[in-house]
Write a protein that binds this ligand. Structure first.
Ligand SMILES: Cc1cc2nc3c(=O)[nH]c(=O)nc-3n(C[C@H](O)[C@H](O)[C@H](O)COP(=O)(O)OP(=O)(O)OC[C@H]3O[C@@H](n4cnc5c(N)ncnc54)[C@H](O)[C@@H]3O)c2cc1C
Length: 461
């Protein structure tokens, strides 16, 4: 008997839901696996893998972030995590996706069936109830072989924890474990890392802590959430400007609004705007200006409760909060199947359009992307591309020659030079930027590839 055509989807966050929706619409059989008890991914603060905190809101605005198919039922421009969870539950219900997932079921392993790395024999997915301890011997694990696997386990769950030189005797906490500003009450707090989470959390801390310092390695571009009374990312929605022009216009505008960041204690950015993820936060500047928080350079050494900084200054702290980001992690899979050296290698899986391994082995990743303003629609478009490819494969297997040709053409693209997804921006050579894309270049490319895979492409050609 041949391999059953059936897809496994890992994760029921925004990306896994988008994958489920696209597969369902394409009439493809699939099973979803979700370790938590419900949909919503990291937007469900009760999900043990969630890295949102009580004060978390979207930093991209509602209308640029939502799925096109289902506008968000909210009056807020930047809804809170609670509203977002309600939205994802509604999305799952609206499209009948809930029944398609096995909740409370963690995927422990994804291995090529029969040891055939090409994936032609499919992939064996091993799962177990999420509460069970892997390797405990309690054999409640179940295996099932799938023709294809869509991996949507998220990118912001596995903390990147640097080793601070020396020893710190106070409390240390990574932002992944931060939930509420109560932890700061009455404490001298040092937040390490000036990205979006670091700045959000430093602003939270201002209202509860005895003192707040923010240690940053580099300067950032700070973008206000509102401009002319409108969410900033809703302005300039027309045809994207060339990279150089946009950089020149927006950096001048930000200079006009924020002035010189050094006045607030921040270093001058060492990169042009959009070469790294901008920080969508103006409150942090306001609090620095009010003297509620002090900006410090990189940590040089810790000694007891004292932290020494790169400029020779020092401070005493009760709590160090590491807002030092996340690393990609696919713990259930040998990274070589994603053309990757693995976590901590400083790189990201080398995937065509951040989705497909170059060998076309039947694995797909949805949601492995960072971009300013890509939203969930960007993830839905990744899912649509995967679904259209799999639909073409299925139709080809059933004797539709044109569909088979479309699928072959798509696989050929994996071996040709890959499209440029940077939009002309030169991203910083940092680990967290290794899977960064420009939203316009990316969405244009993915939509074009999906169009090529649609049956209508034949008649149009
Ligand atoms: C504070 C904060 C603010 C953010 N703001 C924005 C914003 O403004 N705009 C924006 O677009 N994005 C924002 N993001 C990014 C966010 O990652 C995405 O919005 C979105 O949640 C990504 O969805 P996902 O489905 O890829 O991953 P996740 O939401 O992380 O979902 C992954 C799911 O996979 C499940 N899972 C993981 N491993 C397994 C396994 N082995 N077996 C079974 N299930 C598994 C998890 O339980 C989880 O439910 C923000 C993130 C944070 C932390």
């Amino acid at each position: 008997m041949g391999l059953e055509r059936r897809v496994a989807v890992i994760g029921a966050g925004p990306s896994g839901l988008a994958a489920a929706r696209a597969l369902d619409r394409a009439g493809l059989a699939f099973d979803g696996y979700e370790a938590h008890a419900d949909v919503g991914g990291l937007w469900d603060i009760d999900n043990p893998r969630s890295t949102v905190y009580e004060s978390a809101h979207l930093i991209s605005s509602r209308t640029t972030t939502q799925f096109d198919e289902l506008p968000m039922d909210s009056a807020a421009d930047y809804p809170s995590h609670r509203e977002l969870l309600r939205y994802f539950r509604r999305y799952a219900d609206e499209f009948g996706l809930r029944d398609r997932f096995r909740f409370g079921t963690r995927v422990l392993g994804v291995e090529p069936a029969g040891g055939d790395d090409s994936g032609r024999s499919g992939w064996t997915v091993r799962s177990a109830p999420a509460g069970s301890v892997p390797g405990s011997g309690a054999d409640d694990a179940v295996e099932r072989t799938y023709s294809h696997v869509v991996i949507a386990n998220g990118t912001l769950a596995e903390p990147n924890v640097p080793t601070l030189p020396g020893t710190f005797d106070g409390e240390a906490l990574h932002s992944s474990a931060y939930k509420s500003a109560d932890v700061f009450a009455g404490k001298r707090v040092l937040v390490v890392g000036g990205g979006n989470s670091g700045c959000d959390i430093a602003v939270d801390a201002v209202h509860r802590a005895a003192s707040v310092d923010l240690s940053v390695r580099r300067g950032y571009w700070f973008v206000p959430r509102y401009l002319l009374g409108r969410p900033t990312d809703t302005l300039n929605q027309g045809r994207p400007l060339p990279a150089r022009v946009k950089q020149a216009v927006d950096s001048r505008l930000l200079r006009l609004l924020n002035g010189d960041p050094r006045r607030f204690g921040f270093p001058e950015p060492d990169h042009r705007i959009y070469e790294s993820h901008p920080v969508v936060n103006s409150l942090v500047l306001q609090h620095a200006g009010q003297g509620d928080l002090r900006v410090r350079p990189d940590v040089a050494r810790c000694d007891g409760r004292t932290v020494h900084f790169a400029d020779g200054s020092s401070g005493d702290y009760d709590l160090v909060l590491l807002a030092t980001g996340y690393r990609l992690d696919y713990p259930f899979l040998d990274p070589r199947h994603l053309a990757w050296a693995g976590p901590g290698s400083g790189t990201a899986p080398r995937l065509f359009c951040n989705i497909v391994p170059p060998s076309g082995n039947g694995l797909f990743v949805v949601g492995m992307l960072e971009a300013s303003g890509i939203g969930w629609q960007g993830r839905a478009e990744q899912a649509e591309l995967v679904a259209r490819y799999l639909a073409a494969v299925a139709a080809g297997d059933d004797g539709d020659v044109a569909a088979q040709e479309r699928a072959v053409r798509f696989r050929r693209r994996l071996t040709e030079p890959w499209p440029d997804l940077t939009g002309g921006y030169r991203y910083l050579g940092l680990e967290r930027m290794s899977y960064y894309v420009n939203k316009d270049a990316y969405r244009r490319t993915v939509r074009r590839l999906a169009d090529e895979l649609a049956p209508a492409a034949e008649s149009a050609a």
